[in-house]
Structures are given as C-alpha cells and as structure tokens.
Design a protein around this ligand. Structure first.
Ligand SMILES: [Zn+2]
Length: 366
C-alpha cells in the first residue's frame, strides 16, 4: 500500500495566538514548533497541554476554533481511516477529546506531589488511580505502529542531484519506509477521541510529567526549574494574598463557633427559665456582624450537619471552613489542631440536637 503523505495544513502561530501562549511557546520553541496544529495535539503531550490550557480559559478563542475545525480529519488519519467510516458526529470529536484530556490533567494537578516517596511521581500517581491507569494502558494497547511504504515528494535538490542540470520532475515519487502509528479498532468518533486523549495523557505521564508544573494559582503549565509552584511572581503573590485572607476568615469563623457554642450551652442550662428560641439566642450573641439572612444560612448549615453522622460530607464541609485540610497534611501541629476543632464541632452539633429536641417537645405541648 502506498500512502501519499498529505500536505501539512496548519493553523499556525498567527494573530490568533494569545500572548501567554507565545511566551510559553518561546520556552518550548525547540520542542513544540507549532502547538496549535491538530496533529501535534494528538501526538505531542506538550502541544496538547497548551491547547488544554487555552481550552479551559477561553473556549471561544480563535486558536480553539481553528483546532475544532481541523481536528476530525487529523483524528481520522490517526485512526488510519477515512473520516466517513467513523460513526457519529465528527464535530463532537474535539470537544470529547479536550474534555477528557482536561479532566485527566485536573486530577493530576489537583494532587500536590507527595514527599518522601521512592521512584517516579507519575508511577505513584498511577498506583493511586487504577481506574485511570487501566484506561491509559488500554489506549496504548490500541495504538499500533508498523512500517509503511510511503511515497515522498521530490525536493529541488533531489532533482538536481539525480538528474544533473535537468530540472524535469521524475514521474514517480521516491519511496521510503516510515513508521506509521494508528489507533486500531476505533469505530466511533467518541471512542476515537477518548482513546486519543488517554493515550496522550499516558505519553505525558511517561515523558513530561516530572518536568512540567502547573501553576497553583492560574493552572498555567510551566517548565519546572527554579520555579516549583507558580508560573510567575505575580501568581505567587496573588495566591498568598488569597491564602492569608482565607486564613483570617477561618479564624473568625472559629471564634464565632466558640461564642455560639458557649451561648447554646448556657441556653440548655437555663431552659427551665427561658422559654426563648435557642436559634435566636445564639444568633444574636455569636453572629453579631451578619444580617438575618446570613445568620440563618450559617446556622442552617450547622443544623443540617447535626442531623448527620460523624464524618459526613456536611460535617466535613464545616470542618473545612474552619481549617484548611491541605495545610494540615503531614503537619503534626496542624492535625492536632484539626482534632481539637473536630471535637469542638461535634460537641456543638450535639448541643444543637438537644436544643432541637427540647424545642420540638415544647411545641407539641402547646
Ligand atoms: Zn500562574
């Protein structure tokens, strides 16, 4: 079988290219010459990562539109089939591919690199995500490579050297053996797009995973070197400003919780004299700076959590609002503090249950 190498159509790094992409692409200039070519996005993890970032941040950008337009043809070619032999709608293929790849990257970058593990970070990650890893393995199994005889076009210098001064083109092209890589057994656009995304993510894990970082603040990919967590100084600053704002907010929530818990304990002790509403009582003591709507919303969350078991999502969410779980990891002081908060919260929620019961009995008697 003779394959005519198709002429490379390219979206190119043109006017449509956002500024950050060109800056990033400069860094990788030798490795990703043209990231916005759909075929590169199917074969080179770096090109796909760039496209994924752009896709996540500006779905309507010119580059994404260009990619969406040319992608189906590139995907079909990657499957060694003509586009009309895949069933379904080719227009969905780019969206499916990107959603899958972006989703995988999100899982990858949401987990901070654990320390003190031996071997590669990617291997440990795969061990923690067997369901993803088996799909990556399957995609690589479906990617077959085999030699092909290809007819290559003549260049002017070829013609010169083969025919001396005569510049007449020979009738036949020259032949070369080239390694062709195809996804086999793909029947639908969705299937092909997903296989391509998993295969490429596998390539990323095998090649770039340890050298590419994703900014903690803006998620932009960058080359790990001196930089470890952030793409830029600007992002590092914004991130720490937000963190300290969040920390202050958590601190104030803890103080409020303590005030509310104290007021509720007192209400429970005094209930034989006070026929008052417990919610009103603690709201006016603890949430002095909030309006009624906000007070009800906050207390509502505590009441709902009091009706759940220990460790429920409702309780975890409250605990998270009092202490950032990620700051606790591997930190003895932090985890002790968390334990203390957990007990305080549990005691408060238990008191809420008691107060609710008392109020229910009271309303029955009426
Ligand atoms: Zn950043």
């Amino acid at each position: 079988m003779l394959n005519h190498r198709q002429s490379e159509k390219s979206a190119g790094l043109g006017e449509n290219t956002p500024k950050w992409i060109s800056e990033f692409a400069d860094l990788f200039a030798q490795r990703v010459s043209d990231w916005s070519h759909p075929r590169r996005c199917l074969t080179e993890p770096l090109a796909a990562i760039l496209a994924a970032w752009e896709y996540e941040h500006d779905l309507e950008s010119g580059v994404i539109e260009d990619l969406r337009g040319i992608f189906p043809e590139a995907l079909a070619e990657r499957c060694g089939r003509s586009p009309d032999t895949l069933s379904g709608d080719p227009r969905i293929s780019f969206g499916v591919f990107m959603a899958c790849f972006v989703g995988l990257l999100k899982v990858w970058r949401s987990e901070p690199t654990p320390e003190g593990l031996y071997g590669s970070v990617a291997a440990h990650w795969c061990a923690r995500h067997p369901e993803i890893f088996s799909k990556v393995q399957e995609a690589h199994r479906l990617r077959a490579s085999f030699p092909n005889i290809e007819e290559i076009g003549w260049t002017v210098s070829d013609v010169m050297s083969a025919h001396g001064a005569s510049e007449e083109l020979p009738n036949h092209g020259k032949l070369e053996l080239r390694e062709t890589v195809h996804f086999i057994r793909q029947r639908t656009w969705t299937q092909a797009a997903q296989t391509a995304a998993y295969a490429l993510f596998g390539d990323f894990l095998l090649t770039e995973a340890e050298t590419i970082g994703f900014c903690r603040h803006c998620a932009m990919p960058f080359h790990r070197g001196q930089k470890k967590l952030f793409c830029s100084l600007k992002c590092a600053r914004s991130y720490s400003a937000i963190r300290s704002h969040d920390a202050k907010a958590r601190d104030s929530r803890r103080k409020t919780l303590r005030k509310a818990a104290k007021a509720l304990t007192k209400w429970l002790q005094d209930r034989h004299i006070a026929a008052s509403d417990w919610q009103l009582k603690i709201q006016t003591v603890a949430w002095t700076n909030s309006d009624n709507k906000r007070r009800n919303r906050i207390l509502g969350a505590y009441v709902r959590a009091s009706r759940t078991e220990r460790g429920s999502p409702e309780r975890e969410k409250l605990l998270q609002s009092l202490q950032d779980a990620s700051s606790v990891a591997g930190n003895e002081r932090g985890s002790k503090e968390r334990e203390g908060l957990q007990q305080e919260l549990a005691a408060f929620l238990l008191d809420i249950q008691k107060a609710e019961e008392i109020q229910q009995q009271r309303s029955k008697r009426k």
